[in-house]
Write a protein that binds this ligand. Structure first.
Ligand SMILES: CC(=O)SCCNC(=O)CCNC(=O)[C@H](O)C(C)(C)COP(=O)(O)OP(=O)(O)OC[C@H]1O[C@@H](n2cnc3c(N)ncnc32)[C@H](O)[C@@H]1OP(=O)(O)O
Ligand SMILES: CC(C)C(=O)C(=O)O
Length: 520
């Protein structure tokens, strides 16, 4: 047994809510949100800075890619527990334990459905068989570590007495956290709270485990349900950054945490989240998966602290609290738009980089400074968003199989169809090609795809101006699909066609990487 007992439930304080982040597992089940191994490690590092208690890094038995991701996150993160999800199947549990070998604080998370509909139609097992499987799975996990979580999948549609029986049995078998998921987002807050209270009253050994909740947002109630469960005594919330997750998503971490913080008078609970890292983490995820944060999203949306109407503006100017229940700075949104330009020095650029939540080496700061100066030759004012686009472009771009070196596009409504000239490295070898298209973007993608030797389906194409003004950098996001694999690519440049070319090449690289990882 190589486990760290200090993180196991026995020592938990009654008013402490544990934050279990499942962005890398349930979050990744969100359509279009797949991440490469390097991206998962990068996000895990950010989650560690954010102060989450547990990172669910994946489902190791699901694929070699998931296994490697859990292994890499386990080897990287030191200050959080790392969980691996598995079915109540010995081989899944052994595989998870193998992936968690290097984790400082590993947790095995086993799950099994307990609702009549899942037991009968999906598992094709009787309740007695399910009870037996749950106990056997937890017992096996507990023979490897003391840190075992059991999830009763579809708990909210389960028969409460049977659910209580399963929960009692798995705690006896060694589960230290029992999770009561609202798997399909069906529960209403009062009902869900009542279910947690019922379990506290009807499971004789419940005090030996932390009660956890895991809610889905099918009816838009994931956050409300999670908070109702906390009121009823749950002390672990499973959630994701920006609320991504299977179907309509999971409980949004920023929203539950800020409810607990802003309304401490109501919940009387604390959690270990460094709230100033909430906004940087939301942005990091959004950039990694290419999924913009909706402007009207609570807490981290662009409009969350914006005041449009005169009476509100007047009130805020006189006293911020008239219309703001929290300070933007508490979630790491400074609102300080120090404008950078060609005369900015390394200190100002470093300060801006850190304000954005990035920790870069001196050499990386030099790369960013050089790129800022280059951009300042074309663009008058450099904003925080420009700096962030540069960081993502210059520092976090993956080692590329395909590298775009030069792009020239001819567009217009003359007799010559739109066409593009591309010079591109493939595995270090330079290729040149000229090709036509229906429009200029089509010409760019056609030419690049022909050089790369693959033309995946283009599922999504979005253009966004990073800042205001006609000299703004354009940010293009594309999603490509090839058979069962899809990948998002991003590119930014003051020239929108160049940004599109960069995004397409970025997506091709990520697609190639994904196919490679899953066939390793
Ligand atoms: C609510 C949730 O989010 S659960 C997590 C969802 N995540 C995933 O499914 C991860 C991706 N999944 C996969 O890669 C695959 O489904 C795998 C590798 C896990 C399993 O693949 P396969 O062996 O081909 O099985 P498949 O997915 O077709 O069917 C699932 C099987 O597991 C069984 N099963 C489902 N849940 C459990 C469980 N918790 N414990 C034990 N068995 C289970 C099903 O009854 C079915 O069994 P059957 O083959 O006897 O009918
Ligand atoms: C495996 C469990 C925790 C789950 O994801 C769900 O029930 O939604």
């Amino acid at each position: 047994m190589t486990n760290d007992d200090s993180f196991v439930s026995s020592g938990h304080q009654p008013d402490r809510v544990y934050i279990f982040d499942t962005t890398l597992r349930d979050g990744e089940q969100s359509p279009g949100a797949t991440m490469t191994l390097q991206e998962k490690v990068r996000l895990a590092r950010q989650l560690e800075l954010l102060g989450v208690d547990i990172i669910e890094a994946g489902f190791p038995a699901a694929s070699p890619g998931d296994f490697e991701a859990v292994r890499a996150v386990s080897a990287t993160v030191r200050n959080c527990q790392i969980a691996g999800l598995c079915r109540c199947v010995a081989a899944d549990i052994d595989r998870a334990w193998e992936a968690l070998a290097d984790a400082a604080h590993p947790r095995i998370h086993v799950f099994l459905a307990t609702s009549p509909i899942h037991m009968e139609h999906k598992l094709r097992k009787t309740p007695e068989q399910v009870l037996e499987m749950a106990v056997a799975g937890v017992r096996h996990a507990a023979s490897l570590t003391k840190n075992v979580e059991f999830s009763a999948e579809d708990a909210s549609r389960s028969e409460p007495a049977f659910l209580a029986k399963v929960v009692e049995a798995v705690i006896d078998a060694g589960a230290t956290t029992v999770n009561i998921p609202d798997t399909v987002g069906y529960s209403q807050p009062a009902e869900y709270g009542a279910l947690i209270r019922y379990l506290r009253e009807h499971v004789s050994n419940i005090a030996k485990a932390v009660i956890s909740v895991h809610c889905h947002d099918d009816l838009g109630l994931a956050v409300a349900n999670s908070l109702a469960a906390v009121e009823a005594g749950a002390r672990q919330i499973e959630c994701t950054i920006n609320g991504i997750g299977e179907r309509a998503g999971n409980t949004a971490m920023d929203e539950v945490v800020m409810n607990l913080n802003v309304r401490r008078d109501h919940y009387h609970c604390t959690c270990g989240i460094v709230t100033e890292q909430i906004f940087p983490t939301a942005r990091t995820l959004s950039h990694i998966i290419g999924m913009p944060i909706p402007a009207n999203k609570a807490i981290v949306g662009a409009n969350a602290f914006a005041h449009e109407s005169g009476i509100h503006q007047d009130g805020v100017l006189k006293c911020r609290e008239t219309y703001e229940i929290m300070d933007a700075a508490t979630i790491g949104k400074t609102g300080n738009d120090m404008v950078l330009g060609k005369h900015s020095g390394r200190h100002a650029i470093k300060a801006k980089v850190e304000e954005l939540g990035y920790k870069l080496t001196d050499d990386q700061i030099t790369v960013v400074s050089d790129a800022v100066k280059k951009l300042a030759d074309i663009k008058k004012e450099i904003f925080a968003e420009d700096v962030e686009a540069i960081i993502l472009e210059e520092i976090f771009r993956m080692p590329d199989r395909f590298k775009l070196k030069y792009l020239q596009v001819h567009a217009g409504n003359g007799p010559i169809p739109p066409n593009a000239v591309v010079i591109m490295d493939v595995n270090g070898e330079e290729n040149r090609l000229h090709n036509f298209g229906v429009g200029p973007i089509d010409a760019v993608f056609n030419t690049i795809g022909t050089i790369a030797g693959c033309k995946p389906d283009l599922e999504q194409f979005a253009v966004n101006a990073i800042t205001g003004g006609t000299d703004a950098q354009g940010e293009v996001t594309v999603r490509l699909r090839r058979n069962s694999y899809s990948a998002i690519g991003r590119g930014s440049d003051p020239d929108i066609l160049v940004a599109a070319g960069k995004a397409y090449v970025n997506a091709l690289n990520r697609l190639a990487k994904k196919v490679e990882e899953n066939h390793a």
